[in-house]
Design a protein around this ligand. Structure first.
Ligand code: SAH
Ligand code: SF4
Ligand code: F3S
Length: 477
């Protein structure tokens, strides 16, 4: 018996940087309420953190706050932080220095730090950064109102308790900086994997899945508001599993189908898949429902089995190749992207060569590439030496980036002449006579505007390319 009865078809045959430091620049809506206090929020890190900011905005609006796009005008200045690499934390520190002027102008203003860095540093933040009044971890946002009240009384306030249950399922996110076409939906929180380099399990706590009813209700609401694309978010979406009190369960493939069934005109994307967990059931769902986009973000981290083992990724080179082969066998036109860390503890030239050769094997459509950054408290920090010199990390990273550019350029060259259904997201940055959107494989295509509008689906034939973008013309009438 399925939790969702006949709505859920059986498909059981076989089987989160680009937006660093974005501020909330939504129009201040309620100018007729002069007494309302104003908040400003700035977000760093992964899509899940941006999604959390939308939850925070919702909680604050129910506390009577209205948004402002200018921190100088705000009574409450918040920064939602990331700890994934040291430079992510440095950016936040730099920003807090810039925020010092706030209190000179408005001594009543409150400065708060949210998110992963708040969780990692806890009350130490208050000692290290004097301008900070409140420190709030990712599972404590419901407590914001109380913490602000404490700060109003002139005291410092901290809540960094992690939860085993919190999913903010009942909170209706306020969509910030939205293009009105695509939105993120968090389907789970936390992470139970213990990749040895990664701080996320410490900052986000145990993995928990959100009630599917609330996920589907959110997708329906977005569709009714005119959105045409949702991205289901989790650190490891393939381990999504929700059980009700009767013991009935919904796994990720089933959830994907339920969201795809909201409307054929609603595109569904998801991120991030873990190579150890992605199943054939998910691939079959992608094949069966044309509105589930043929695109998988499949972080490799390293092409060397020895390094993967030290990273505790729980797959090896051969397993990863097998997963890529399976994706290509079932969905030959699937876009595949990845994350790569270079210069992890003990990485040799040979290990590095294996990463390059894996890149040659997969020919990724997109890659996020990082130098290893040691994070306090992780298994790697406690047990391995960060022994690859920085100049070697930099040189290896350069080689990886160069190879990736070459692959993207070559992959895009092959796209010329192909036709795709593109969902229009807005005007091209360069010209108001051009629109841009994405094909199902997540590639950005720019094409002449003609009579089309944001949110339309349009057939576009590819006529040109760069390594980052496709250029095309519409073939729809
Ligand atoms: N849950 C996702 C990744 C989340 S973090 C997954 O498992 O794939 C996003 C990316 O940041 C990771 O994939 C990894 O490539 C990178 N990353 C994480 N910790 C890092 C560290 N200590 N140094 C450098 N890059 C890191
Ligand atoms: Fe970090 Fe690994 Fe969890 Fe991803 S799966 S968030 S890399 S511990
Ligand atoms: Fe995301 Fe950074 Fe936290 S990547 S989960 S905001 S450490």
């Amino acid at each position: 018996m399925s939790l969702f009865g006949p709505e859920l078809e059986t498909i059981n045959k076989v089987h989160d940087e680009s937006r660093q430091g974005e501020s909330f620049a939504q129009e201040e809506g309620k100018r007729d309420l002069p007494a309302a206090r104003r908040f400003y929020i700035e977000t760093y890190g992964c899509q899940m953190n941006f999604s959390d900011t939308e939850i925070v905005a919702s909680i604050l609006s129910s506390e009577g706050f209205v948004p402002t796009p200018d921190f100088r005008e705000a009574d409450l200045v918040l920064i939602n932080t990331c700890s994934i690499r040291e430079n992510a934390e440095q950016k936040v520190r730099g920003r807090l220095t810039e925020f010092r002027s706030i209190k000179k102008r408005n001594p009543e203003a409150i400065v708060g730090v949210l998110g992963c860095m708040a969780e990692r540093l806890k009350s130490k933040f208050l000692e290290e950064e004097k301008i900070v009044d409140i420190v709030v971890g990712p599972d404590a946002y419901r407590d914001l109102g109380k913490l602000i009240t404490v700060a109003d009384e002139g005291q410092k306030a901290v809540n960094v308790l992690l939860s085993r249950e919190e999913t903010y399922a009942d909170i209706n996110p306020v969509r910030l900086n939205s293009n009105g076409v695509s939105a993120f939906i968090s389907i789970m929180r936390g992470c139970n994997n213990m990749c040895s380099f990664c701080v996320v399990p410490f900052t986000r706590g145990r993995e928990r899945s959100r009630d599917p009813h609330s996920i589907i209700a959110e997708a329906k609401q977005l569709f009714n508001e005119g959105y045409r694309e949702v991205t289901l978010l989790g650190q490891n979406v393939d381990s999504y599993l929700w059980r009700n009190e009767e013991g009935e369960s919904i796994n990720f493939a089933q959830l994907l189908v339920l969201v795809a069934q909201v409307d054929p005109k609603l595109r569904v994307r998801f991120s991030t898949s873990h190579p150890k967990d992605i199943t054939d059931e998910v691939l079959y769902a992608m094949l069966k429902y044309p509105n589930i986009c043929k695109y998988i973000h499949l972080p490799l981290q390293s092409g060397s089995s020895a390094v993967l083992n030290r990273m505790n990724r729980t797959y090896d080179r051969e397993w990863y190749k097998m997963k890529v082969d399976r994706i290509r066998e079932l969905i030959p036109d699937c876009g595949i992207s990845t994350d790569i860390i270079t210069g992890f503890c003990g990485e040799t030239e040979d290990d590095h060569e294996q990463t390059l050769s894996m890149m040659d094997y997969v020919r990724y459509d997109l890659a996020y590439m990082f130098k290893y950054s040691e994070r306090p408290g992780t298994f790697a920090e406690r047990n391995f030496e960060d022994d690859v010199p920085d100049e070697v990390k930099s040189r290896r990273l350069e080689e990886i980036v160069e190879l990736q550019n070459k692959h993207q350029f070559e992959n895009n060259r092959k796209e010329v002449g192909r036709e795709y259904e593109v969902l229009i997201e807005g005007y091209s940055k360069r010209s108001k006579d051009h629109l841009y959107g994405r094909n199902p494989q997540n590639k950005v295509i720019v094409f002449p505007k003609e009579q089309f509008e944001k949110g339309d689906y349009v057939k576009v034939r590819v006529t040109g390319y760069t390594s980052a973008t496709l250029i095309g013309v519409s073939t729809s009438n």
